[in-house]
Design a protein around this ligand. Sequence first.
Ligand SMILES: Nc1nc2c(ncn2[C@@H]2O[C@H](COP(=O)(O)OP(=O)(O)O)[C@@H](O)[C@H]2O)c(=O)[nH]1
Ligand SMILES: [Mg+2]
Length: 346
Amino acid sequence: MSLTLPDLGWSVFFSGQCPGQGAEATANPFRIAEVHRDRLTALSPGGEAMLTCGPALTTGDIAVGDWVLADASGRITRRLDRQTEIKRRAAGTAAQAQLIAANVDVLFLTTSCNADFNPARLERYLALARGAGAFAVVLLTKADHCDDPRRYAREVERLDPMLPAIPLDARDPAELANLASWVRPGQTAALLGSSGVGKSTLLNGLTGAAAATRGIREEDAKGRHTTTARALRQMTNGGWLIDTPGMRALRLTGAEAGIEAVFGDIETLAQSCRFSDCTHGDEPGCAVQAAIADGTLDPARLDRWRKLLRENTRNSETLAQARARDKGFGKMVRGVKSSMKGRKGY
Ligand SMILES: Nc1nc2c(ncn2[C@@H]2O[C@H](COP(=O)(O)OP(=O)(O)O)[C@@H](O)[C@H]2O)c(=O)[nH]1
Ligand SMILES: [Mg+2]
């Protein structure tokens, strides 16, 4: 079965970037399905193709889900602007953003109706979704093992009344058929969630294939062999699912806008504080503390907001900034220690 460009997710957003004139008239659009160190696999109405990067690009500039233009020899001439970008802080010490996926329309924030359920983690996922401009849907798996799955749905509603939360048994084909309707044909979704919550089960059920576990042997950056699976996969209803290992361990970076969107209630309250630089500690006229006092704001939510902001700041700072901060922190500790000296009990 051959696919049309709209089947693959092509839209006016992308066609508008290709006026079809000049040198690019000979270049064709492809959707990136897998990114390897030295080559890419891509899908187009002509079928699957192996692409290489032209002189102006490296595979590091391209993510699963990207649209590119390539010439007749399979060389990429241009990467098209993205509708959404899913990024995280790269592993290691250098605070670098790592692009995980591009042009994701729907993010399934996946957790289970058990001890995995954690509002702080959901808020982190949600900040990422909102920051990327992707539509978020919370999946509450293992509802079949839970006496009151609606309780978890209500907790999600407390985080954001507009956020859909769907309790389900990820192994049930009928429930998956309903779930698939959140991703229209040609749209692209991705699953985000801790290990064991049912992502592979969902992926296999939604794509009707066991390919998630049927890996491809691949060499990673350190030359080790790892098993990777096809990253862009078609759902049985014509949608697309992106599955890359990068979706699993997420450290926020550059997510200010996302955090602001998720914690809009606190950000709005903060505008009514007497002091514009209020830290919502014990300042007089603090609207945030007033909301906690009258029971309209959960103090745990304020803590989670602060924590996420701190995490985002740390992950977004450069290596030089991190070093300066550590130095400053060491200085502060030494200062506190010396000021404690001589006090009773120290
Ligand atoms: N009862 C039940 N088991 C599930 C559900 N979702 C996943 N599982 C099981 O939980 C285990 C982990 O699922 P898996 O898809 O591998 O999780 P992943 O690590 O997120 O990919 C497997 O044994 C699944 O069969 C569910 O909704 N209900
Ligand atoms: Mg899995």
